[in-house]
Design a binder for this molecule. Sequence first.
Ligand SMILES: [Zn+2]
Ligand SMILES: [Zn+2]
Length: 392
Amino acid sequence: MMDFVKGAQELFEYTREMRRDFHMHPELGFQEFRTANIVAKELTKLGMEVKTGVGQTGVIALLEGKSAGPVVLVRFDMDALPIQEETGAEYASVNAGVMHACGHDGHVAVGLTTARILNSLRNEFNGTVKFMFQPAEEGLGGAERMIEDGVLENPSPDVVLSLHVWNEKPVGWLGVVPGTVMAAADTFTIKIHGKGGHGASPNLTHDPILAASQVVNLLQGIVSRNISPLKSAVVSMGSIHGGEAFNVIPSDVELKGTIRSFDPGIRDMVIHRIHHIAENTAHALECEAEVEIKTITPAVNNHPGVTSRVQAVAGRLFKNDDLDFSTITMGSEDMAYVLQKIPGCYFFIGSANPDKKLDASHHNPKFDFDESILPKAVALMVASTIELLGTA
Ligand SMILES: [Zn+2]
Ligand SMILES: [Zn+2]
């Protein structure tokens, strides 16, 4: 079998060219028409059976090995974000207000390079590689849409692999962690209804701004007072709106925030406490609170058995002191929905390089990552896929 690190490095020009092209032409979730078109064209060139329009703009392709065997699903997300790019890179976005600020341009390029290498090795493994190029990962439900459209059927995958370039860690670092690696994400909206009136006659009003202020303060007590110091969760406010004029007490205030958690029991408790605090505090101040919770994604859970096989592959390919088997993040990912149904491993490739000023955080207008990590991502994806399929 080939030297995967060397093989991926030999295709670096291709990977980088693809990545820069996707970076220049970013598309928002469910609008990845150009991207999906290029993906379909590149996979068709390799002779694969390609299906487009899965979950609106998703692409599926099958690659058959030498003889029958397991089915390994490899998943790459394709969408960009509604952000005006400020990197000044020569390959910066030409689409105003749209930017690949999470690195999904790199994921698509890694996916296409992975397909090229696996295609060249198809007589050396058994089973089937199923490629899943997914739209709309950024909170719009792309994974769920592809699942509804049958990405996990005909054939049904036995194992799934996916990855993220990761600017929270430097080039060289590699995170392959069993168990829960990313948090469950929910949003909450609290509408506080009072009775508006003149700012000079507060006694005639039921002030929703005062009630909202108390609610914001008390919500911060959930993590510090209700959750065991040995466990974790996040309750963050992201938006507060109410009132227009300096001398008018408004009738309504709306608060929005997010909950992050690893443990379903803790998540339920946080939601219960948000209801309790908002409704009773509003009530104490003669207002009414309406709480609405919306689930974005469950937690991302890596299967211990699959993950330990990817760890072993990573150990064979790379220096062991680069490998991190324990770091987890409060970020979230809709890959969680796939991992709820199919055992798998979602791993992270450190991509920040402060010396080259490539270390802005994900979703920042200056976000960019060090492209030299792309072959490493390809090598680990290819080698792990073959490890899970078995050699012919
Ligand atoms: Zn993102
Ligand atoms: Zn992302």
